[in-house]
Write a protein of this length. Structure first.
Ligand SMILES: [Zn+2]
Length: 318
């Protein structure tokens, strides 16, 4: 089964732990991706800010942080071009597959580096970025983050956020609403002319976290032709849990398929960005999930969840 995971934070982990992407002790490396049958991987450049930046001991402006991680990413891809190549389009993924290579799709998590300037979208597009997560857990020039406080959670996108979504549509960058608050989500649904994704989120009905999507959000995402990637973080799957069981991932997939539709659910592991123990200890063990899903989904349905739906989004947006 071909897999395509919409979110991991492996690049930042490589920077902090001073290791490469070919073989490491992290959740994701190229050997593990190959072993599991991945078609490719979305690699996020996550730009930590606020307390997160302190926690990881990284300093610098959002743009400086972006380029520090971008340089590592670019060097790693060059070094490992026998195994993985960048994918800037749908066709690139097909070509890379034909050549027996993985595809890498570069993303940015937290569009804080835009700082109110649309030209930065041109700049990162030229660097190969093809998906942008509008926000992380702190307010930026586009939007407000998910928040347990309902007043903040229901605030809409800022005017610059609407402009940025429309420009990403035009440019061919996938808009990602994971981490965004609920008010912002509905503004994206209203203003985006292309399907959008929640690259790494789960169902709020099963774990009452403001990071997760309500039934109505899932339904709206499905109606817009979008895709939600199931996140493997224990607390997003089961409230207060510190261990991720495969059955809980399956439960969220089932639920989200029921609410959003079989065309609108995919993978968004959040590997190397989650602090919990997992039954699927790393990407190389993804067959555990596949064999559980095989018990209830047809090959055709399973292919959609594992890669087909995300490939459709890439085809429609890039
Ligand atoms: Zn995230």
């Amino acid at each position: 089964m071909k897999l395509l995971d919409m979110h991991c934070d492996t690049i930042l982990e490589c920077l902090i732990k001073n290791c490469g992407i070919r073989e490491n002790n992290l959740h994701i490396d190229l050997n593990k991706l190959k072993k599991a049958g991945a078609l490719g991987q979305f690699f996020a450049i996550w730009i930590p800010s606020g307390e997160a930046a302190e926690h990881y001991g990284v300093t610098g402006t959002p743009k400086e942080l972006f380029y520090r991680m971008y340089d590592l990413y670019e060097a790693e891809l060059k070094k490992n071009s026998d195994m993985i190549l960048p994918a800037l389009s749908y066709q690139d993924i097909l070509d890379n597959e034909k050549a027996g290579k993985l595809s890498s799709i570069l993303t940015i998590e937290d569009s804080t580096l835009l700082d109110g300037d649309l030209k930065v979208i041109d700049e990162v597009y030229d660097k190969g970025v093809r998906l942008m997560t509008l926000i992380w857990n702190y307010e930026n020039t586009l939007a407000y983050p998910n928040d347990p406080d309902n007043e903040i959670h229901m605030k809409g996108l800022k005017p610059f956020g609407i402009e940025a979504v429309e420009y990403m549509n035009k440019k061919g960058i996938i808009v990602d609403v994971s981490h965004l608050n609920e008010g912002g989500f509905y503004d994206v649904a209203k203003h985006s002319k292309k399907p959008f994704v929640a690259s790494h989120s789960c169902a709020r009905a099963l774990s009452n976290e403001s990071r997760n999507l309500t039934d109505d959000q899932l339904k709206t995402l499905g109606e817009k032709g979008g895709v939600v990637g199931v996140n493997f973080y224990s607390e997003f799957l089961v409230e207060k849990s510190m261990h991720t069981k495969t059955e809980d991932i399956v439960r969220h997939i089932d639920y989200m398929v029921d609410k959003a539709g079989i065309e609108s659910v995919g993978l968004g592991t959040d590997f190397d960005g989650i602090d919990c123990t997992l039954e699927i200890e790393n990407y190389g063990m993804m067959d555990k999930l596949i064999s559980e899903l095989q018990k209830k989904y047809s090959d055709d349905q399973l292919e959609k969840i594992c890669s087909g739906n995300t490939l459709r989004i890439i085809k429609e947006c890039l």
